[in-house]
Design a protein around this ligand. Structure first.
Ligand code: NAP
Length: 290
């Protein structure tokens, strides 16, 4: 293997230590404790795991963490009422509604309802629109984590060819908007399932981001020698093992740097949620972002 391993777990530990210090300082200097509320509807096991991880990370950083668990048959109206109450709750700086919601609930009106100054998951379409017009408020957590991994590894995106495989509103689309902001200045191609000759498109990349949710999609022949490869994908094998979208062993022979799965982007996603909640707590009290 020749590629440098970009260790997201180790970076997450460092960033969380810094956030914990910032939270302690905010409490000491301004008597403010950032608070995150996570709303979980139903009992989807994966969602329970994610909400539990976020809860523990918040508490470890010294933040208030409130988990609101609603029954599977909660109505749209009741869910929206819970979100409205959280909007008005002074103790809460960040609100997230864990997806997916049960089939009878429509996530869009719920996301539109989340106060813009508490939209730490950045899924309110207005928040996404602010980013799209180059005047962002919050960055959505997974693409934000990708940016932090690149910055920490001193991989400059200015003028670089970045290819993102995946155009979802959660990952690919916001990441492309972040990377084309002035100051980041990447030249971005967003590939998807209708892209012709995906391998040739990927080979153009200085930085290749795989966010397709397709195990082993990116193979060594799709990667330019020395490129940076960021694997956002999380897929379960039949044996229950977590693997990414990238054929790690093969690609690590040609890439210059690569993130593993697990231990790459995943730990940074929760970390950036903490960062957004800290920023929300500061901005809501007229303090500068950090
Ligand atoms: P998504 O909404 O299903 O979007 C997948 C995107 O990939 C779509 O744009 C799809 O194209 C494209 N795609 C799928 N298969 C493809 C193929 N064979 N060739 C080219 N493009 C292909 O998924 P998502 O929510 O963005 O998540 C993507 C992956 O990231 C998943 O594995 C998810 O679990 C993981 N994820 C990880 C984290 C983390 O914290 N580590 C966070 C979020 C997501 P079309 O638009 O044409 O269908």
């Amino acid at each position: 293997m020749s590629a440098r391993i970009l260790d997201g777990k180790e970076l997450a530990t460092r960033v969380r230590a810094r956030i914990t210090d910032d939270v302690a300082r905010l409490r000491a200097e301004h008597d403010v404790v950032p608070g995150l509320a996570a709303v979980l509807v139903g009992s989807d096991p994966a969602s329970q795991v994610y909400v539990g991880m976020k809860h523990r990370a918040c508490e470890a950083a010294g933040m208030v963490s409130r988990q609101i668990e609603l029954a599977e048959d909660t109505s749209q109206e009741d869910l929206e009422r819970v979100v409205s109450e959280l909007n008005d709750d002074e103790e809460i700086d960040g609100i997230l509604v864990q997806l997916p919601l049960p089939d009878h609930l429509d996530p869009q009106p719920v996301q539109e309802l989340i106060s813009l100054d508490k939209d730490v998951d950045a899924l309110n379409p207005y928040t996404a629109g602010r980013l799209a017009v180059g005047d962002p408020t919050f960055f959505s957590c997974t693409p934000y984590g990708v940016l932090e991994i690149l910055a920490d590894a001193e991989i400059d995106t200015a003028g670089a060819e970045v290819v993102i495989v995946g155009r979802s509103n959660l990952v690919g689309r916001p990441l492309s908007n972040m990377l084309t902001l002035k100051g980041r200045d990447a030249t971005v191609t967003v590939a998807h399932s209708r892209t012709r000759d995906l391998a040739a498109v990927c080979r153009r990349a200085d930085v290749l981001v795989a966010a397709a949710g397709s195990a082993g999609l990116v193979t060594a022949d799709m990667v330019r020698e020395g490129a940076t490869v960021i694997d956002v994908g999380t897929n379960r094998t039949d044996e229950g093992k977590l693997i990414g979208d990238v054929d790690f062993d093969g690609v690590a022979e040609v890439a210059g740097a690569i993130t593993p799965v697990p231990g790459g982007v995943g730990p940074m996603t929760v970390t950036m949620l903490l960062q957004n909640t800290l920023e929300a707590a500061r901005v809501r009290r007229g303090l500068p972002r950090r």
